[in-house]
Design a protein around this ligand. Sequence first.
Ligand code: SF4
Length: 210
Amino acid sequence: MELSQKSLEEVHEIISECKRCTLSEGRTKTVPGSGDAKAAILFIGEGPGKNEDLQGLPFVGAAGQFLTELLGTIGLSREDVFIANVVKCRPPGNRDPLPEEVNACFPYLERQVQLIDPLLIVTLGRHSMNRFIPGKQISAAHGKAFRREIEGLGKRVFFPIYHPAAALYRPQLKDEIIADFVKVPALLNKIEAEQDKEQTTVEIEQKAMF
Ligand code: SF4
């Protein structure tokens, strides 16, 4: 599967017919992701649930409603960001995606990251976090930013938070998710400032060459 020359639309078309893992057998619709194709923030959840599978859209159930509310707290709407999942088809009974399913689906997510090229990747839940930051416990890592060099993706900033669905069955996590979420604008500003500084340094170095 050669995705390196494909556009986001083409990748999503390929996903719609994908049979690379057995999750294709039980799905109603694939859920490639949605939002601004040039978003500064990419949210990555784990996998579609029942409502997402029926509608072909990410985060449309109760957890999705909470995510929309969280975005509102920092002055953003779903159209301002891109929302994707680690696996694009619903695991039966909402079980955790298996490692072989995550691996089979990863080239799609990899290409989405390359094309959207976000400044910040917010991982939602431990599966999404562990795909990029292995070996961490979400209880310790949530709300902290990690800069990682990922093969094929370059240097990226990851910000793990709990999955919004976790707040539905563990209400005590709701305040922690909100507290982490409100850190996002300042983190984004910091990344932008660092990028401007790197850009200025490159410009100065280029000028010095002549
Ligand atoms: S989960 Fe991913 S790899 Fe598996 S069938 Fe769906 S799109 Fe293909």
